[in-house]
Design a protein around this ligand. Structure first.
Ligand code: XMP
Length: 519
């Protein structure tokens, strides 16, 4: 994994929770970056030939026996280095300074005072000013290595920022990569542009060109199969690969009948008609819905849908025949190897969503052109490739689809009811201009019937729950605070327009303790 024509920055990961954010900030500065666990940093350094190095934070403690160190080759390289938190401490220690456990530490918001000019502060901070930063450290540098000077201090960290301009080594005790350090992104941009001398011209247009060349080289004149899920990642991967190898690519869209209103038609229309990409559309809704009969346990639903999806995909792929490669829309967060301190240099790679195991089973080689990208970068690439905004900006949608939004038994009738309610909800959200402010919004059809009155008639129909959350990664989420007028407008429309629903409720649970989906 590397984009060799680009200038790059190597980020050495010591296991901080926020290392990914460093990579994002560097890329926002227009410079390609990759994260390597400290155990593999030497190999990554040799492969990438970066223009600078950033050492991450860590839950480890520099004075503790066996705590991680940066490979010596990085210091011998003569390249600029920025150490962040643990990275600053480990750099100081390895260069002859001293780090000691602090008695109190600093956690959360802190203020530093700029004491001397520094290239990191260019166009940003002046001597004598105080600025908000985000700290999270127990240990601190008590004696810095020779050659360094202090350029900013805070109450808990006399060495809040240190600089050695000759060797181009810099260290911050705070975390510039998090949003709670408001100027942190610019500070990192100053490092990569002004200290490392990167041009900052890494763009999606360049990525597109490089990737197309790479795909052509990898695939040659072999054939590639790509499974479309209806989501953004597989769609962007498919369009990019098609641009590289044309009709050597065949897309297979397994339609499980659990998509939202009009979604399957949209996928088919886009690929077949707009992009003219060879597409096999298999309507397997009867197979899926038959298999889901009587299944109420959420995990059983997931297992059945995952397995059936693979079976059907495999069947279709064999019919296409002759493909050596399987294309997947795997993203960078799925492949970043996490650093563990408990079981040695163990490496955990998250399995890729709902079709894990497919490549092994089909004995195919993988083409994963999005492996280096974060989700928002994939969206940007999608726009660059001309995918419509309405498609590229879509909320995430789970692989098992509506099946996990219908607690209890899933039937075609209940899917149809839910699809209509969901479409009204999303329509109102779009009309109110709120779609992009929300991470995910959807309706859930509850297995509960309540009494209602419509005209002169008594009704006994299902309850629909509405969910909308804000989030940055889906790991934690907060409810979206709609105003009452909006919610009552949606509720009225759903009850009036959707037969089978006579009551609408709004889910007010954050994650944790709730999950985003109801199953
Ligand atoms: P939860 O419900 O766990 O969801 O808070 C977090 C994110 O993951 C999505 N999700 C899934 N995605 N297969 C998927 O591809 C699944 O089985 C699945 N379950 C949840 C959910 O939509 C949210 O974005």
């Amino acid at each position: 994994m590397s984009i060799e024509t680009s200038e790059s920055i190597l980020i050495v990961d010591f296991g901080s929770q926020v290392t990914q954010l460093i990579a994002r900030r560097v890329r926002e500065a227009g410079v390609y970056s990759e994260i390597a666990p400290f155990t593999q940093a030497e190999a990554a350094f040799a492969r990438m030939k970066p223009k600078g190095i950033i050492l991450s934070g860590s839950p480890a403690s520099v004075p503790a026996d066996g705590s991680p160190r940066a490979p010596q080759v990085l210091f011998d390289s003569g390249l600029p280095i920025l150490g962040i938190c643990y990275g600053q401490q480990v750099m100081s220690q390895q260069l002859g300074g001293q780090v000691e456990p602090g008695d109190a530490g600093e956690f959360g918001r802190a203020f530093l005072t700029v004491t001397e000019p520094c290239v990191l502060f260019d166009g940003l901070w002046q001597v004598g000013e105080r600025h908000q930063v985000w700290m999270s450290h127990g240990d601190k540098v008590t004696e810095f290595a020779s050659g360094f000077r202090i350029v900013a201090v805070s109450d808990g960290a006399p060495f809040a920022v240190i600089a050695d301009d000759t060797r181009k080594y810099y260290g911050t005790q705070f975390h510039p990569e998090v949003v709670h350090t408001p100027d942190g992104g610019k500070l990192i941009a100053n490092f990569v542009r002004h200290v490392c001398g990167c041009r900052g011209d890494w763009t999606m247009a360049e990525f597109r060109k490089t990737k197309i060349a790479e795909i052509r080289e990898q695939v040659g004149d072999a054939r590639v199969i790509c499974g479309l899920s209806g989501g953004v990642d597989s769609a962007v991967a498919a369009v990019l690969i098609h641009e590289a190898i044309g009709d050597q690519l065949t897309c297979v869209f397994v339609d499980h009948g659990l998509m939202r209103l009009g979604e399957a038609e949209q996928v088919v229309g886009l690929f077949r008609n707009h992009y003219n990409i060879p597409l096999v559309h298999r309507d397997a809704s009867t197979l899926f819905l038959k298999g889901l009969e009587g299944v109420t346990d959420p995990e059983a639903k997931r297992k059945f849908i995952g397995k059936t999806f693979i079976d059907v995909f495999e069947e279709e792929a064999r019919q296409v025949g002759g493909a050596d490669f399987l294309a997947q829309g795997t993203l960078y967060p799925d492949v970043i190897e996490s650093v563990s301190f408990t079981g040695g240099p163990s490496v955990t790679i998250k399995s890729h969503h709902n079709v894990g195991g497919l490549p092994e089973r089909m004995n195919m080689k993988l083409v994963e052109p999005l492996r280096e990208l974060f989700k928002d970068e994939v969206r940007e690439l999608g726009r660059e490739l001309g995918l419509p905004d309405i498609f590229v900006g879509r909320h995430p949608f789970p692989g098992p689809g509506l099946a996990i939004r219908i607690p209890g038994e899933v039937t075609r009738e209940r899917c149809d009811i839910l699809r209509k309610a969901d479409a009204i909800y999303l329509d109102e959200i779009r009309k109110a201009g709120l779609y992009d402010a929300i991470w995910q919004a959807f309706a859930v059809l509850l297995p509960v019937r309540t009494v209602g009155v419509m005209g002169d008639f008594r009704t006994y129909d299902s309850v629909c729950a509405l969910r909308a959350v804000t989030s940055t990664d889906g790991m934690t989420a907060d409810i979206y605070p709609f105003d009452a007028g909006f919610l009552s407008r949606v509720a009225t429309r759903i009850v009036n327009e959707v037969k089978g629903i006579n009551r609408v409720v709004y889910d007010y649970t954050s994650k944790p303790p709730g999950t985003i989906e109801w199953e």
